[in-house]
Design a protein. Sequence first.
Length: 344
Amino acid sequence: MVRSNPLGLGRDLAIDLGTANTLIYARGIGVVLDEPSVVAINVNDGRPVAVGHQAKQMMGRTPSHIRTVRPLKDGVIADFEVCEKMLRWFIQQVHGSKWSKPRMIICVPSGITGVEQRAVQDAAEYAGARKPVHIIEEPMAAAIGADLPVHAPNGSMVVDIGGGTTEVAVISLGGIVTAQSVRVAGDELDDAIIQYVKKEFSLAIGERTSEEIKMQMGSAWPLPEEVTADIRGRDLISGLPRTIQLTTEHVREALEEPVSAIVDAVKAALDRTPPELAADIMEEGITLTGGGALLQGLPDRLAHETGMPIRIAEEPLFSVVVGSGKALENIDAMRSLMSLGGDL
């Protein structure tokens, strides 16, 4: 999704540079771009052939001279050059000018290293951002986007399950009291399905197929009605196409290990939470954001494992970018929540 009309040259941007999707919020307008973080590259000259939705449709279907790349892995930049090209393309889509130098806030995982943070800032600057590029941690942005009282003295707990990382944080008085970041999220759920189908059925399926299985059939808790679907792939023994019947029980079994890792991260963060804030969380509950929050049965599983009330943010996919956008709109009030100072 990209807005058809370009923005004014001076429009400030907040960017959720995600492993699976990149979202852009324009100051005074709202979310103006929502595209997969995928680039199709011509290997002969290194130029992008397609970016976003078009590139994602090419995954697993390209000729030898075209390569599809996901430049972010586990929430951080894995291919700097391709990431910079992707960001530049996205910025041009919403700004409509190669010469604009928008001011930017970019979200990063809470467990990011200084080197990885610098890479994000450099990529944004090379893509055309005005210096300095401001950084906000994803769980803080997710909490703001989910309308949690981040400046209040009581504790709020947010679990942001993205494509590359799961961010768990307890927030009070405008700061993160305790945080847990694990590199287990949507991508690992997809990969777990691929490996399960390969092991149990000797069938090879692609990333797009596994993502569709996760979204349509994935669950973390027994469903009221279990269903079956026909899945097509390549037989690993004969090498020929074959169809198998996959049930929601199969998919739940496949997802058990990564789901358990996410649950363990929530438990670890709760274990390190001061007692007063833990009492607040027991009353107010845990808020889930990110695409992983949409996994069926996950609130039930977390409620069972932690004994806490669980709620899903109103628009979990947009929580981080909307929270970053709110920080952009109220920059003076929110300046303390950002990792890098400077004048916007």
